[in-house]
Write a protein of this length. Structure first.
Length: 308
Protein backbone atom coordinates (compact mmCIF):
# COMPACT_ATOMS: atom_id res chain seq x y z
CA UNK A 1 0.00 0.00 0.00
CA UNK A 2 2.13 2.87 -1.23
CA UNK A 3 1.10 6.50 -0.96
CA UNK A 4 2.75 9.75 -1.92
CA UNK A 5 5.57 8.18 -3.94
CA UNK A 6 6.40 10.49 -6.85
CA UNK A 7 7.74 9.14 -10.13
CA UNK A 8 10.36 10.66 -12.40
CA UNK A 9 8.84 13.16 -14.85
CA UNK A 10 10.52 11.25 -17.69
CA UNK A 11 10.46 7.62 -16.53
CA UNK A 12 7.20 5.97 -15.53
CA UNK A 13 8.76 3.31 -13.30
CA UNK A 14 11.60 5.07 -11.49
CA UNK A 15 11.08 7.02 -8.29
CA UNK A 16 12.06 10.67 -7.96
CA UNK A 17 15.62 11.10 -6.65
CA UNK A 18 15.81 14.91 -6.75
CA UNK A 19 12.58 16.65 -5.70
CA UNK A 20 13.29 20.07 -7.20
CA UNK A 21 13.81 18.71 -10.71
CA UNK A 22 11.50 15.67 -10.22
CA UNK A 23 14.06 13.42 -11.86
CA UNK A 24 15.19 9.88 -11.12
CA UNK A 25 18.79 9.37 -10.10
CA UNK A 26 20.06 8.56 -13.60
CA UNK A 27 18.33 11.50 -15.26
CA UNK A 28 19.41 13.84 -12.48
CA UNK A 29 23.06 12.76 -12.85
CA UNK A 30 22.76 13.31 -16.59
CA UNK A 31 21.33 16.78 -16.07
CA UNK A 32 23.95 17.62 -13.42
CA UNK A 33 26.78 16.68 -15.79
CA UNK A 34 25.22 18.85 -18.49
CA UNK A 35 24.68 21.77 -16.09
CA UNK A 36 28.21 21.67 -14.65
CA UNK A 37 29.70 21.48 -18.14
CA UNK A 38 27.57 24.38 -19.37
CA UNK A 39 26.27 26.69 -16.65
CA UNK A 40 23.84 28.27 -19.14
CA UNK A 41 22.19 24.96 -20.05
CA UNK A 42 18.43 25.30 -20.44
CA UNK A 43 16.59 22.69 -18.39
CA UNK A 44 13.43 22.61 -20.53
CA UNK A 45 15.45 22.28 -23.72
CA UNK A 46 17.49 19.46 -22.19
CA UNK A 47 14.30 17.80 -20.96
CA UNK A 48 12.81 17.58 -24.45
CA UNK A 49 15.76 15.54 -25.69
CA UNK A 50 15.51 12.90 -22.95
CA UNK A 51 13.88 9.47 -23.07
CA UNK A 52 12.72 7.09 -20.36
CA UNK A 53 14.96 4.32 -19.04
CA UNK A 54 13.97 0.70 -18.37
CA UNK A 55 12.50 -0.11 -14.97
CA UNK A 56 14.47 -2.00 -12.31
CA UNK A 57 11.26 -3.75 -11.31
CA UNK A 58 9.53 -3.72 -7.94
CA UNK A 59 11.46 -3.75 -4.66
CA UNK A 60 12.32 -7.32 -3.65
CA UNK A 61 11.18 -6.81 -0.06
CA UNK A 62 7.94 -8.74 0.41
CA UNK A 63 6.08 -5.84 2.04
CA UNK A 64 7.13 -3.21 -0.49
CA UNK A 65 5.48 -2.27 -3.78
CA UNK A 66 7.78 0.67 -4.54
CA UNK A 67 10.01 0.60 -7.63
CA UNK A 68 13.56 -0.62 -7.15
CA UNK A 69 16.20 2.10 -7.24
CA UNK A 70 18.97 -0.02 -8.80
CA UNK A 71 19.63 -3.44 -10.35
CA UNK A 72 20.11 -4.71 -6.77
CA UNK A 73 16.32 -4.83 -6.60
CA UNK A 74 15.70 -2.66 -3.53
CA UNK A 75 13.90 0.67 -3.32
CA UNK A 76 15.86 3.64 -2.02
CA UNK A 77 14.63 3.30 1.58
CA UNK A 78 15.12 -0.45 1.80
CA UNK A 79 18.50 -0.08 0.14
CA UNK A 80 19.52 2.28 2.94
CA UNK A 81 18.18 -0.13 5.56
CA UNK A 82 20.07 -2.98 3.94
CA UNK A 83 23.33 -1.06 4.34
CA UNK A 84 22.49 -0.20 7.95
CA UNK A 85 21.84 -3.89 8.64
CA UNK A 86 25.36 -4.77 7.49
CA UNK A 87 24.32 -6.13 4.07
CA UNK A 88 23.18 -9.66 5.08
CA UNK A 89 24.05 -12.07 2.29
CA UNK A 90 26.55 -9.65 0.76
CA UNK A 91 24.45 -8.55 -2.23
CA UNK A 92 26.39 -6.01 -4.29
CA UNK A 93 26.79 -4.44 -7.71
CA UNK A 94 29.99 -3.91 -9.74
CA UNK A 95 31.95 -0.74 -8.98
CA UNK A 96 30.96 2.23 -11.15
CA UNK A 97 28.18 0.23 -12.81
CA UNK A 98 26.16 3.42 -13.28
CA UNK A 99 28.95 4.89 -15.45
CA UNK A 100 30.57 1.92 -17.14
CA UNK A 101 27.70 -0.54 -17.71
CA UNK A 102 24.20 0.93 -17.61
CA UNK A 103 24.81 3.92 -19.96
CA UNK A 104 26.19 1.51 -22.56
CA UNK A 105 23.17 -0.77 -22.33
CA UNK A 106 25.21 -3.58 -20.80
CA UNK A 107 23.66 -5.92 -18.20
CA UNK A 108 24.49 -5.17 -14.57
CA UNK A 109 25.19 -8.41 -12.66
CA UNK A 110 24.35 -8.80 -8.97
CA UNK A 111 26.80 -10.80 -6.83
CA UNK A 112 25.98 -12.50 -3.51
CA UNK A 113 27.96 -14.09 -0.71
CA UNK A 114 24.80 -15.87 0.43
CA UNK A 115 21.71 -15.36 -1.76
CA UNK A 116 19.51 -17.30 0.68
CA UNK A 117 20.41 -14.96 3.53
CA UNK A 118 19.70 -11.96 1.32
CA UNK A 119 16.32 -13.44 0.42
CA UNK A 120 15.53 -13.98 4.10
CA UNK A 121 16.34 -10.35 4.85
CA UNK A 122 14.02 -9.22 2.07
CA UNK A 123 11.25 -11.47 3.38
CA UNK A 124 11.56 -10.15 6.95
CA UNK A 125 12.12 -6.45 6.25
CA UNK A 126 9.51 -4.10 7.67
CA UNK A 127 7.67 -1.70 5.35
CA UNK A 128 8.75 1.88 4.85
CA UNK A 129 6.74 4.21 7.07
CA UNK A 130 4.48 6.67 5.29
CA UNK A 131 2.27 9.19 7.02
CA UNK A 132 -1.36 8.08 7.05
CA UNK A 133 -0.64 4.64 5.55
CA UNK A 134 -0.88 1.24 7.26
CA UNK A 135 0.86 -1.49 5.26
CA UNK A 136 -0.96 -4.85 5.51
CA UNK A 137 0.96 -6.58 2.71
CA UNK A 138 2.08 -10.10 3.61
CA UNK A 139 -0.49 -10.74 6.34
CA UNK A 140 -2.55 -13.92 6.39
CA UNK A 141 -5.96 -13.23 4.76
CA UNK A 142 -7.89 -13.65 8.02
CA UNK A 143 -5.46 -11.45 9.93
CA UNK A 144 -5.63 -8.74 7.27
CA UNK A 145 -9.43 -8.72 7.41
CA UNK A 146 -9.32 -8.53 11.21
CA UNK A 147 -7.10 -5.46 11.17
CA UNK A 148 -9.36 -3.82 8.59
CA UNK A 149 -12.43 -4.57 10.71
CA UNK A 150 -10.70 -3.36 13.87
CA UNK A 151 -9.79 -0.05 12.23
CA UNK A 152 -13.35 0.36 10.96
CA UNK A 153 -14.83 -0.39 14.39
CA UNK A 154 -12.42 2.05 16.03
CA UNK A 155 -13.50 4.82 13.65
CA UNK A 156 -17.16 4.15 14.53
CA UNK A 157 -16.51 4.46 18.26
CA UNK A 158 -18.03 7.61 19.75
CA UNK A 159 -15.23 7.94 22.29
CA UNK A 160 -12.19 6.18 20.79
CA UNK A 161 -8.80 5.94 22.41
CA UNK A 162 -5.93 7.58 20.54
CA UNK A 163 -4.21 5.27 18.05
CA UNK A 164 -1.10 6.47 16.24
CA UNK A 165 -0.42 5.11 12.76
CA UNK A 166 3.14 4.09 13.65
CA UNK A 167 1.80 2.14 16.67
CA UNK A 168 -0.69 0.24 14.54
CA UNK A 169 2.02 -0.47 11.98
CA UNK A 170 4.29 -1.75 14.74
CA UNK A 171 1.62 -4.24 15.81
CA UNK A 172 1.07 -5.29 12.19
CA UNK A 173 4.81 -5.82 11.71
CA UNK A 174 5.07 -8.00 14.81
CA UNK A 175 2.09 -10.13 13.74
CA UNK A 176 3.58 -10.54 10.27
CA UNK A 177 7.00 -11.56 11.59
CA UNK A 178 5.46 -14.04 14.04
CA UNK A 179 3.34 -15.60 11.29
CA UNK A 180 0.07 -14.95 13.11
CA UNK A 181 -3.07 -16.32 11.47
CA UNK A 182 -5.69 -14.59 13.63
CA UNK A 183 -5.70 -12.00 16.40
CA UNK A 184 -8.24 -14.16 18.21
CA UNK A 185 -5.38 -16.52 19.08
CA UNK A 186 -3.98 -13.75 21.29
CA UNK A 187 -7.17 -13.18 23.27
CA UNK A 188 -6.11 -13.03 26.90
CA UNK A 189 -2.45 -13.56 25.99
CA UNK A 190 0.49 -11.25 26.64
CA UNK A 191 1.71 -9.37 23.59
CA UNK A 192 5.41 -9.93 22.94
CA UNK A 193 7.88 -8.76 20.34
CA UNK A 194 9.19 -10.93 17.50
CA UNK A 195 11.65 -12.61 19.87
CA UNK A 196 8.70 -14.02 21.84
CA UNK A 197 10.14 -12.64 25.09
CA UNK A 198 10.22 -8.85 25.13
CA UNK A 199 6.86 -7.38 26.11
CA UNK A 200 5.43 -4.89 23.63
CA UNK A 201 4.80 -1.29 24.57
CA UNK A 202 1.60 -0.91 26.61
CA UNK A 203 -0.06 1.33 24.02
CA UNK A 204 0.60 -1.13 21.21
CA UNK A 205 -0.71 -4.00 23.34
CA UNK A 206 -3.81 -1.93 24.06
CA UNK A 207 -4.50 -1.54 20.35
CA UNK A 208 -4.30 -5.31 19.95
CA UNK A 209 -6.72 -5.89 22.83
CA UNK A 210 -9.19 -3.32 21.50
CA UNK A 211 -9.20 -4.90 18.04
CA UNK A 212 -9.80 -8.29 19.64
CA UNK A 213 -12.68 -6.81 21.61
CA UNK A 214 -14.26 -5.55 18.39
CA UNK A 215 -13.80 -8.97 16.77
CA UNK A 216 -15.60 -10.68 19.62
CA UNK A 217 -18.80 -9.07 18.38
CA UNK A 218 -18.25 -10.89 15.07
CA UNK A 219 -16.97 -14.25 16.30
CA UNK A 220 -19.35 -14.74 19.26
CA UNK A 221 -23.11 -14.55 19.59
CA UNK A 222 -24.56 -13.89 23.08
CA UNK A 223 -25.29 -17.60 23.38
CA UNK A 224 -21.67 -18.39 22.48
CA UNK A 225 -20.37 -16.10 25.23
CA UNK A 226 -22.67 -17.78 27.77
CA UNK A 227 -21.28 -21.15 26.77
CA UNK A 228 -17.68 -19.87 26.90
CA UNK A 229 -18.10 -18.35 30.36
CA UNK A 230 -18.03 -14.61 29.76
CA UNK A 231 -20.38 -11.80 28.86
CA UNK A 232 -19.68 -9.30 26.10
CA UNK A 233 -21.10 -5.92 27.12
CA UNK A 234 -21.03 -4.63 23.53
CA UNK A 235 -23.74 -7.17 22.69
CA UNK A 236 -26.02 -5.10 24.90
CA UNK A 237 -24.84 -1.71 23.69
CA UNK A 238 -22.93 -1.05 26.90
CA UNK A 239 -19.38 0.10 27.38
CA UNK A 240 -17.65 1.03 30.60
CA UNK A 241 -14.95 3.72 30.29
CA UNK A 242 -11.32 2.53 30.20
CA UNK A 243 -12.39 -1.12 30.71
CA UNK A 244 -12.56 -4.01 28.26
CA UNK A 245 -15.94 -5.17 27.02
CA UNK A 246 -15.23 -8.81 27.90
CA UNK A 247 -16.40 -9.63 31.43
CA UNK A 248 -15.02 -12.99 32.55
CA UNK A 249 -17.26 -15.31 34.61
CA UNK A 250 -15.05 -18.40 34.79
CA UNK A 251 -14.11 -17.59 38.39
CA UNK A 252 -17.59 -18.81 39.34
CA UNK A 253 -16.91 -22.51 39.99
CA UNK A 254 -20.33 -24.08 39.36
CA UNK A 255 -21.49 -24.14 35.75
CA UNK A 256 -25.19 -23.89 36.59
CA UNK A 257 -24.52 -20.93 38.87
CA UNK A 258 -22.38 -19.24 36.22
CA UNK A 259 -25.22 -19.59 33.72
CA UNK A 260 -27.64 -18.04 36.21
CA UNK A 261 -25.21 -15.19 36.78
CA UNK A 262 -24.87 -14.65 33.02
CA UNK A 263 -28.65 -14.47 32.67
CA UNK A 264 -28.88 -12.02 35.55
CA UNK A 265 -26.15 -9.76 34.16
CA UNK A 266 -27.75 -9.87 30.72
CA UNK A 267 -31.01 -8.68 32.26
CA UNK A 268 -29.19 -5.87 34.05
CA UNK A 269 -27.49 -4.72 30.85
CA UNK A 270 -30.79 -4.82 28.93
CA UNK A 271 -32.71 -2.93 31.60
CA UNK A 272 -33.83 0.69 31.32
CA UNK A 273 -31.37 1.61 34.07
CA UNK A 274 -28.24 -0.42 33.37
CA UNK A 275 -25.14 -0.11 35.57
CA UNK A 276 -23.07 2.99 34.83
CA UNK A 277 -19.88 1.31 36.00
CA UNK A 278 -18.61 -2.24 36.27
CA UNK A 279 -18.83 -2.17 40.06
CA UNK A 280 -22.22 -3.93 40.32
CA UNK A 281 -21.05 -6.64 37.91
CA UNK A 282 -17.86 -7.18 39.92
CA UNK A 283 -19.85 -7.43 43.15
CA UNK A 284 -22.18 -10.05 41.70
CA UNK A 285 -19.29 -12.03 40.27
CA UNK A 286 -17.41 -12.09 43.57
CA UNK A 287 -20.43 -13.21 45.60
CA UNK A 288 -20.23 -14.76 49.08
CA UNK A 289 -19.06 -18.15 47.85
CA UNK A 290 -18.41 -19.37 51.40
CA UNK A 291 -22.13 -19.05 52.07
CA UNK A 292 -23.10 -20.08 48.59
CA UNK A 293 -26.50 -21.71 49.35
CA UNK A 294 -27.99 -18.45 50.64
CA UNK A 295 -26.54 -16.31 47.88
CA UNK A 296 -27.39 -18.89 45.22
CA UNK A 297 -31.03 -19.05 46.23
CA UNK A 298 -31.23 -15.24 46.31
CA UNK A 299 -29.81 -14.98 42.81
CA UNK A 300 -32.09 -17.76 41.59
CA UNK A 301 -35.20 -16.01 42.97
CA UNK A 302 -34.17 -12.67 41.46
CA UNK A 303 -33.56 -14.14 38.01
CA UNK A 304 -36.81 -16.11 38.19
CA UNK A 305 -38.79 -13.02 39.19
CA UNK A 306 -37.33 -11.05 36.26
CA UNK A 307 -38.45 -13.77 33.85
CA UNK A 308 -41.98 -13.89 35.21
Amino acid sequence: MGAGLEMCRICNDRAVFHRDTRLCKRHYQSWWRRFTADGDADFDHWLQAQHSYPSYGVCRCMVCSDPAASPLGLCQQHGDRYKQAGKPGGARLPDSWALSLEPKGLPVPVSYDDPILFGQWCAQANPVYRSGVINLIGLAPMLKAEFQWGLHAHCQDRDPTAWEVFEIQRLVNVCRRLGCVSLADHDGQRWTDVDGKSVLDARISQIGREIIDSLRMVYYSPADTREAGFIETHHFGRRFPVLRSKFDLTTVPQRWLRDLLWDHLAELLRSERPPRSRGPLDALRRGPWNSAPTWNSTLHREVTSRRC
